[in-house]
Design a protein around this ligand. Structure first.
Ligand code: MN
Ligand code: MN
Length: 466
């Protein structure tokens, strides 16, 4: 044997190199990955807000035999339940045959997405146009949200409690709304500004119309016409905006991207690209002996706050109720529970190579990415998963032949981010981040790979089963 061959063999034996899905997977698995994508894309199109995601996910769960859960309800082995928290946060769980003291297998993702929220007193008229004032939600780059077609989604709740669902701009026959930007010919001053301040928050005003109400005297005819149209369609008045959750989101559907159709472009991959496979994995593992839970959280993009965010005590209330119903011990159940915090991470992008640390970045098509830690600077604000738990996950992914990779967000001092992981781990639950790499995260149209999406489904199935 030549010296070169000896070195090659030794490298293969001792070295580690992440695998590319298309090099490792067989034809049938590659086909399965492509076949999995349309279901996810339909989910994306139907679920642009956390409320819509909860509604669609409940419909999917009911088809699989999941029934509504209320506190104190008796639970059966093999029973499938869902807890709908205020229409914005969903818990799905299935009772396994092993004792509950063995713990719960949890996959937690979030279904809120960065967007442009409508303010409480939104409507005004200026320069012959009517606008809505907005307040952005989550970490958006404001310059990306101007001059694109937007749709209005959400609810208006009338004083008597009537909830009115609003959706304008998704049906091809609908009008869309829009945020104006400056023409280049007059953008000398704006173009010299840093990217982050070129479009100020109070410049994100939604263009709602320009036609005056017939016969209306004075300066508010266009505003009045918008109110009249809303009243005609939804029966609402201006005062009803005081109690509304209305958001502008990019209009339109998820699309295949690339001539090989290997990628998907859509609004809201973060974090539906983890939420959807967690649901399909739960449905695909009915034979598991473990009690399994899928959490679709709200408000992750603003710090997991509020009673629908992952910092809410609802998680421990539910675990406590499940434990009591099944005759277990609360502290033991938590101590033996395991959680995949399934949230997206940044995919290495050669167009911006300088912000990534190549050796530790997630690469496209190299599978679902495990982030042992997230956070800022010196691991500030992270649940740094212990090596023992990471090793346990490694084993189940290896046994199930899942293509996966380790992936850190980017260069340590370049920025950072967090997930729901630390809010679950603090309850003495073993937790690590495992999610799909995304290109242009938080942009109105983000990119993910079909291969990486499918490996997330495979990984979550392996986790529920192992
Ligand atoms: Mn996320
Ligand atoms: Mn995010």
């Amino acid at each position: 044997m030549s010296e070169t061959n000896v070195a090659t063999e030794l490298e293969a034996k001792l070295g580690y190199k992440k695998a590319n899905f298309y090099e490792k997977a067989d034809e049938a698995t590659i086909k399965a990955a492509y076949d999995y994508a349309p279901g996810y894309m339909a989910y994306l199109d139907a679920a642009k807000t956390e409320r819509e995601a909860v509604t669609v996910s409940i419909a999917m769960a009911e088809k699989e035999g999941y029934v509504p859960y209320t506190f104190g309800m008796p639970l059966q082995v093999g029973g499938k339940y869902y807890y709908n928290n205020r229409g914005r946060n969903l818990y799905l769980f299935r009772v396994g045959s092993e004792p509950i003291d063995k713990g719960i297998r949890i996959v937690a993702s979030h279904v809120d997405v960065p967007r442009i929220d409508v303010k409480q007193c939104p409507l005004y008229e200026d320069g012959g146009m009517a606008f809505f004032k907005t307040h952005y939600y989550g970490g958006i780059r404001k310059y990306q949200w101007v001059t694109i077609p937007l749709a209005l989604h959400g609810v208006v709740v009338k004083q008597d409690g009537t909830v009115i669902d609003v959706c304008i701009g998704e049906d091809p026959a609908d009008p869309v709304i829009y945020i104006n930007d400056l023409l280049p010919h007059l953008a000398k001053d704006q173009s010299a500004k840093p990217l982050g301040s070129a479009i100020p928050a109070e410049g994100l005003n939604l263009l709602m119309g320009s036609r005056p109400y017939p016969g209306c005297e004075g300066g508010n005819a266009i505003r009045l016409n918008v109110l009249a149209l809303l009243n005609e369609k939804y029966g609402i008045t201006e005062e009803d905006f005081l109690s509304a959750d209305l958001s502008a989101v990019p209009a339109g559907k998820a699309r295949d991207v690339g001539l090989d159709r290997s990628l998907i472009g859509a609004y809201g991959h973060d974090d539906r690209v983890c939420a959807y496979p967690s649901i399909t994995a739960l449905f695909g593992t009915d034979d598991s002996v473990h009690t399994a839970m899928v959490i679709l959280a709200d408000k992750e993009e603003i710090g997991s706050e509020g009673n629908t965010g992952m910092q809410s005590e609802l998680l421990t209330d539910l675990i406590s109720e499940i434990t009591t119903a099944l005759g277990g011990h609360f502290a033991t159940v938590k101590a033996n529970s395991k959680c995949l915090s399934s949230d997206v991470t940044a995919c290495f992008d050669p167009n911006f190579a300088e912000v990534y640390e190549r050796r530790n970045s997630s690469l496209i098509n190299c599978g679902v990415a495990m982030s042992k830690y997230t956070g800022h600077g010196g691991k500030s604000g992270t649940n740094d998963a212990p090596a023992e738990f990471v090793a346990w996950i490694r084993k189940i992914l290896a046994d199930a032949n899942v293509v996966w990779q380790a992936g850190e967000l980017g260069k340590a001092d370049q920025g950072g981010g967090g997930t729901v992981a630390k809010f679950i781990a603090k309850h003495n639950i073993e937790t690590v981040d495992l999610g799909v790499p995304v290109i242009a995260m938080h942009a109105p149209y983000e990119i993910i790979s079909k291969a990486d999406l499918y490996t997330a489904h495979q990984a979550f199935e392996a986790f529920f089963k192992a």
